[in-house]
Design a protein around this ligand. Sequence first.
Ligand code: SF4
Length: 478
Amino acid sequence: MSPTSESYLLPSNDKPREACGIVGVYMPNEDVAKTVFFSLFALQHRGQESAGIAVSDGKEISNYAKMGLVSQVFREESLKGLSGFVGIGHTRYSTMGGSKASNAQPLLVNGPRGLLAVGHNGNVINANSLREEISKEWQIEFERSSDTEIIAELYVNTPGIEWFDVSATVMRRLSGAYSLVMMNLNELIAVRDPLGIRPLCLGKLREGWVVASETAALDTIGATIVRELKNGETLVINKNGIKSQIWSGSRPTHAMCVFEHIYFARPDSILNGKLAYETRLKMGAELWKEAPVSADFVTGIPDSSTPHAVGFARESGIPYVETLIKNRYVGRTFIEPDQHVRDDSVKMKFNVLKSVIKGKKLIVVDDSIVRSTTITRVVKLLRNAGAKEIHVRVAAPAIKSTCHFGVDMATLDQLIASNMTIEEITNFIGADSLSYLSISGLMTAVENNNDSYCRGCFTGEYPIPVQLEMDKFSLESK
Ligand code: SF4
């Protein structure tokens, strides 16, 4: 089956969706395509719509990007066609620009600075005005509807002797979230935006260097974790080694997306110096302190809320039990689901251990609620299986605003906490009680003492001014 055929994600996903995973590898004297592939494979959770790898051997850049999962897009043969010592990889879920092959990355552009391949994680919030500005400035005809093309054109057209000069000028013009991996024929360039909203880390592998969205990708390929990039940092890696520069206009402390800690990043990734798994345990513990309730068992919704539930159980002394068994192979299918399957899609994902929960009082810990589709179906599933009481505890504050920085959160009218009170949500999802973690509980769990996180989707206050609601297709018609 062609990876470009239409595919369907089963069951309907009711979580915020991360935009992208990015990887860059520079290995003198080695072919890097397989290393890029396996690092990208470790970042599949950050985007499932398209995947791509660009590689250079110093003479030409080969680029292969298609719609589909990393394992669907690449075969042994396609990797054999990608030969070279420097490469970047990208796996995408669209937050600006539609889900289509022309927006798959890496994007390859040509300009005064030569050929440049670009992979981007994040979202540029002044994309519309910048696109108009630079199309007049450099007479550029944009071919795609993603903000990444704007970033790529900026980097390839901006004058400057060194990449650091170019990067400083580009950072002055761009507003929003952008972690970038870029390469020309001979160099790897990595950039983290001046607010440090999306993660990016550096690793050492034999004689070379690797940059990736998450440390779990470095672990997967056997690289040693060196450090996370600083906000406003540009790294240039070439035959002369590695050089770094931080843009002088960068925010003194970063404003990293706190949702990376809650849900997006793999639990085995280190973010801001902390293992995501341990931070999630703390979120569960804080939640128990804020919203205790008597019950027979604590349970989670596998897999993403399991650490939060374990933390809640440990702090409360109430035993943690598994109640839902997840079909590990559920994901994309090329068979279009019929209406009955769509309506009951949670059953395709979870089956209940009925005899474990019959007649029991349960605390169900979830990591976040967006529209409430999944939690409503899970509560119904547990209720129908004989649970006596179901108390829902959410290890994140209520999501009341949309994201402007590279996460698909649904629209404001679809966010249940933006439209209902806690009491109304409790009734709507069919629970006996419901509590969310407070912002201060969340900040305690992430050990924040200098307000260095974006918390915009909970508070409506963003680290930079934003428009009221973002339209991910706003560049489509231009
Ligand atoms: S608004 Fe929410 S999801 Fe978006 S960057 Fe900020 S914390 Fe992350």
